[in-house]
Design a protein around this ligand. Structure first.
Ligand code: PHE
Length: 463
């Protein structure tokens, strides 16, 4: 056995198992639903370049920081910050904020995940000629239908979490991730045989630098945080199940590369598929604004229409496979979103795992049902908990590590799985990024976002 649990807390069984679980958390709706449409909408490869920069310059150092805090304390985010707080009562708030973000993000993430499941059935019913049931399955606004699929998704997530770290999360993601990659590659292979795919390919790889603006950089950074699962302690939690032999820098590197890789590959599927749809006479640009439709419309309206156009069994195969793919990616992410509050309840309130998973799952389900009937809440939650919440968590984490806990202590922790780290250039660079570069960059994002919000509020009130 690679390593035996040293206490009653779970541990990852193998190095690969951990990397796949963390990559499973990272790869999700953000990669397949969010990234490709942002690329298509924001100047193709120009957006990709900025996004890559954000992942490398901010995401990668913050990920190392989260894993380090997790492994050092072997606790959930609240417990972790408490353990390192030296009695300071502000510090644990960073952890509470993470738990809150986890709960809120999960509540709408489940609704969107439920849509993917609904569309698997939509494709099936459409194929067998039950068009009225198919249209119910595909109706994103149907509250009762949303509730059913959201709850199914929740039950699956709770079931995996209940299995624990190595038997639940690690085993599930180890099985699901390779399936996900295989499905992605099969779909790409097929879409490229269709008319219009090459046009989409060029839109994807041709960089239009004229589109680079402040707001593009903002969205690229927000996308990087969300996609890499950073800023709310998901990786503190996953890091807390790691042993001291693991090289945290190397692991964070793999996870970052994996996430970027899947996003880039998903773009190779979704953007060409959108142009295949267009070649088949389906509108992908809003005629009024001349802008691409929103990600939700593209993924849940345009693509299914394309699958139907391809026709017969092939269309069914493509459609079902695509939505199963999206659902699997969402599931390995929702597991990590739920694990954050569940580990908090287990560690801090001494409740046993199964009960904790059901308790938190039940609470999140109530929120998710409310959202199922009031979809406009999704945008509000995305703004508060993703766009503001995650970078805010990341900023507080950098400041905490750099100036309160002190980077020297973090470096010592990293050294235990990476001998010689302390004297390496990597370590100097990492400390530089955590103490100065990341807080500065995130700070700029905040000031700009704040100003944009203030400006639109003022316009709203007629100033
Ligand atoms: N990274 C996931 C995605 O891309 C979402 C996520 C965010 C998961 C934060 C965990 C924590 O879809």
């Amino acid at each position: 056995m690679a390593n035996t649990p040293i206490d009653t807390r779970g541990t990852w069984n193998t190095k690969l198992g951990f990397i796949l679980a963390a990559a499973g958390s990272a790869v999700g709706l953000g990669n397949i639903w969010g990234f490709p449409t942002q690329v298509a909408d924001n100047g193709g490869a120009a957006f990709i370049l900025i996004y890559l920069l954000c992942c490398v310059a901010i995401g990668f150092p913050v990920m190392i920081a989260e894993l380090t805090i997790g492994r050092k304390t072997k606790k959930n985010p609240v417990g972790a910050f408490k353990a390192l707080s030296n009695g300071n009562s502000f510090v644990p708030l960073i952890g509470y904020w993470g738990v809150l973000c986890g709960v809120m993000i999960l509540s709408f993430y489940l609704v969107i995940s439920g849509w993917t499941l609904g569309y698997v059935f939509e494709e099936l019913f459409h194929y067998f000629g039950y068009s009225s049931i198919a249209s119910i399955m595909g109706d994103l606004e149907n509250g009762p239908k949303n509730t059913v699929f959201t709850l199914i998704f929740m039950v699956m997530t709770v079931a995996i979490i209940t299995g624990g770290v190595s038997k639940g999360i690690e085993r599930a993601t180890k099985m699901l991730m390779p399936v996900l990659i295989a499905i992605l590659l099969i779909l790409i292979g097929y879409v490229f045989t269709l008319d219009g795919a090459m046009e989409g390919f060029w839109v994807y790889v041709y960089p239009d630098f004229s589109t680079i603006s402040g707001s593009l950089i903002l969205s690229a950074m927000g996308q990087a945080f969300f996609s890499l699962s950073l800023g709310m302690g998901a990786l503190i939690t996953y890091g807390s199940y790691l042993n001291r032999k693991q090289n945290l820098v190397e692991s964070a590197g793999y996870v970052t590369l994996f996430d970027i890789g899947i996003a880039v590959i998903a773009g190779l599927l979704v953007i060409p598929a959108m142009y295949v749809a267009q070649a088949g006479g389906i509108e992908i640009f809003n005629p009024e604004t001349q802008k691409l439709y929103s990600s939700t419309t593209l993924v849940f309206d345009v693509l299914p229409e394309m699958f139907h156009n391809v026709g017969a069994f092939l269309g069914l195969f493509l459609g079902v496979t695509f939505f199963v793919l999206l659902g699997l990616a969402a599931l390995t992410s929702s597991i990590s979103l739920l694990e954050v509050p569940v580990s908090y309840v287990i560690d801090e309130h001494g409740i046993e795992r199964k009960k904790a998973a059901m308790l938190v799952g039940g609470l999140v389900s109530i929120l998710a049902i409310i959202i199922s009937f009031n979809l406009s809440l999704i945008d509000i939650f995305v703004f508060i908990f993703n766009e503001i919440g995650l970078p805010l968590g990341g900023l507080m984490l950098c400041l905490f590590l750099g100036y309160f806990w002190k980077s020297e202590n973090a470096v010592i922790e990293i050294e235990s799985g990476y001998p010689g780290f302390g004297t390496s250039v990597t370590s100097t660079l990492w400390v530089l990024f955590i103490k100065y570069v990341c807080p500065l960059l995130i700070g700029i994002v905040f000031v700009t976002t704040f100003m944009t919000v203030a400006q639109s509020l003022m316009e709203m009130f007629g100033f």
